[in-house]
Design a protein around this ligand. Structure first.
Ligand SMILES: [Zn+2]
Length: 243
């Protein structure tokens, strides 16, 4: 009888432990190999954690816009968070809390790249990210930011794989590829896409995901790939796609 009671007690204790564990999982986002947010972020906040958030939601700035990665959580960041939440079926309030962080953690690899893109495919030129028009560290950071926009574009196009043919280029690599002088490839921001979806589907959808520079079919030299990049002022040209 005593043994049975002890066993019953142990069972009950195990049960309550399991309940505690379940509750903790539901309310606390897991620590992440890349970056872990420690507070809920909303309009009015600023700091390095806002910058990290902005990088992850920069693919959701709205049509024809680019989100400033400035560490200040203003209306544009709130709107981007909201679009990110909507895109993944979360309750969309523009406030980044555990639900949003959990989604980001699920989407990112330990090197901080989004799940479906790698540094390697953003740099087929050299392993050092040097020789472009910005420092190697800046080029690599620009490529990371471009990848998060690509992840948003990929998701919007039905989670179909996107195939990159070129990303960062040193001056030597850019000259060898016949790239334009001053190309965004020299900064790590530009990406060339080939394969499927169609180039017109890509360039049209890219307008919603933070790419101010889009070149595609009908623009000289761009009938065999779609070129998308961030840049300060908008320049879109893909005449065969109606852009
Ligand atoms: Zn290009």
């Amino acid at each position: 009888m005593k043994r049975l009671l002890r066993a019953l007690l142990a069972f009950v204790m195990l049960g309550s432990l399991a309940v505690v564990g379940t509750v903790a999982t539901a309310t606390t986002a897991q620590a992440d190999g890349c970056y872990t947010w420690n507070r809920t972020l909303k309009q009015g906040h600023s700091g390095a954690d806002v910058t990290q958030l902005q990088i992850r939601v920069a693919g959701y700035p709205g049509y024809g816009a680019e989100l400033a990665i400035d560490g200040k959580f203003g209306p544009a960041t709130a709107a981007a968070v909201k679009r990110f939440q909507q895109a993944y079926g979360l309750s969309a309030d523009g406030v980044a809390g555990n639900q949003t962080y959990s989604k980001i953690y699920a989407l990112q690899d330990n090197d901080c790249t989004p799940a479906h893109f790698t540094y390697a495919e953003m740099n087929r030129c050299n392993s050092t990210w040097s020789g472009g028009s910005v420092s190697a560290a800046t080029a690599k950071q620009n490529a990371l930011r471009a990848m998060w926009k690509l992840e948003a574009l990929r998701h919007a196009l039905g989670d179909r794989p996107l195939v990159t043919s070129s990303g960062f280029r040193s001056t030597a690599c850019n000259n060898a590829a016949g790239g334009a002088a001053g190309s965004n490839h020299l900064t790590g921001r530009a990406i060339d896409l080939v394969g499927t979806p169609t180039f017109c589907q890509i360039v049209k959808q890219a307008r919603y995901h933070g790419f101010n520079h889009i070149l595609g079919p009908g623009f000289p030299g761009h009938n065999d790939h779609a070129h998308i990049s961030g840049q300060a002022t908008r320049r879109w040209s893909a005449p065969n796609c109606g852009i």
